[in-house]
Write a protein that binds this ligand. Structure first.
Ligand SMILES: Cc1cc2nc3c(=O)[nH]c(=O)nc-3n(C[C@H](O)[C@H](O)[C@H](O)COP(=O)(O)O)c2cc1C
Length: 294
């Protein structure tokens, strides 16, 4: 295990390790204006949602590690405390990256990157027409985190209004997670694309507590077949399940029939079958298979 004391390594290396480790990060494509009304558009992946009531997001244009200069976006929000945050999806990612070039002050990156300006309803900076979700925001506070190169500046934004493209909505006007192909920033030049092939669900009952891995039988916890993820699924039930006499399963019947003379082999077979069921999301069935051992 490599242990790094961050005070002992160069700021550029600190940035490199942290950006690879704290990933993936969503991308805020921030549209701002200066006091003369000149438009700027730049991406920031030091960005997230921090509160929904009030609705608050934060992004961070940092001082450059290289020469400690500040970004136009930071200068703009200090002059005009408004921003449109345009969410970045796969269809926009190359143009978004292009907009991150260090163009001279006063250069409009909408034009440089080939995006279309669209008038916002409550704030002065324009929205990116091509983005499927736009957040019109008021800047509540800008909090500098330091004065050296690499120091972030938290731009704390209250979201006033959201615009959501109808193509990513479901029948209830909610965002269909499978339809929005978010991209996220990782370390170096790496990005991730979210789509239906890499999305999965994790059941999380908020009101009922899971029994916990410590409450599982030793034979589950010491299994060489069940993984940490499998134990997490089994331990998420809110009470220890009982054998269900109505549960019928041919494969389970066969395992019991063929392996009952050798308990070790039977354990192995049952755990392998339970793992198969858990990996398919069938937690109740997996419990019934594992309980057949008792
Ligand atoms: C996807 C992506 C994410 C970025 N995230 C950040 C960030 O979180 N903070 C930052 O200071 N710079 C970030 N950058 C670099 C800025 O976009 C870049 O410095 C840009 O030139 C700033 O523009 P401005 O000076 O017009 O504000 C990122 C660049 C890309 C391509």
């Amino acid at each position: 295990m490599l242990t790094l004391n961050l005070k002992d390594i160069k700021p550029a290396d600190v940035q490199n390790y942290l950006q690879h480790a704290i990933a993936p990060r969503p991308i805020c494509f921030a549209s701002t204006i200066d006091k003369d009304g000149q438009v700027n558009l730049s991406p920031f992946s030091f960005f997230n949602l921090f509160s929904s009531n009030p609705p608050v997001v934060i992004f961070s244009p940092a001082r450059r590690v290289r020469d400690n200069t500040t970004k136009h976006t930071l200068q703009n929000v200090l002059e005009v405390p408004e921003v449109v945050i345009n969410m970045v999806d796969y269809d926009m990612v190359q143009q978004t990256s292009l907009a991150s070039c260090e163009f001279a002050k006063g250069t409009n990156e909408f034009i440089k990157a080939g995006f279309t300006e669209e008038k916002a309803s409550l704030v002065k900076p324009p929205m990116v027409k091509e983005s499927k979700i736009k957040l019109e925001c008021k800047v509540l506070e800008v909090k500098p985190l330091g004065t050296e190169g690499g120091a972030g500046n938290l731009v704390i934004c209250e979201v006033l209004c959201m615009h959501i493209d109808e193509s990513i909505l479901d029948a209830d006007n909610k965002i269909d997670q499978t339809k929005l192909h978010h991209v996220a920033r990782l370390g170096g030049d790496w990005y991730a694309r979210i789509d239906a092939t890499n999305l999965f669900k994790v059941a999380k009952p908020n009101t009922q507590l899971g029994i916990g891995v410590d409450a599982l039988p030793d034979s589950f916890r010491n299994s060489t077949i069940l993984t940490g993820n499998n134990l997490g699924q089994l331990a998420n039930v809110h009470e220890m399940p009982f054998v269900d006499p109505a549960f019928h399963d041919d494969k389970l019947k066969n395992i019991i029939q063929y392996f009952s003379i050798n308990p070790d082999d039977m354990d192995k077979e049952l755990h392998t079958y339970a793992k198969e069921l858990l990996d398919a999301g069938k937690v109740n069935d997996a419990w019934q298979v594992l309980l057949a051992d008792y």
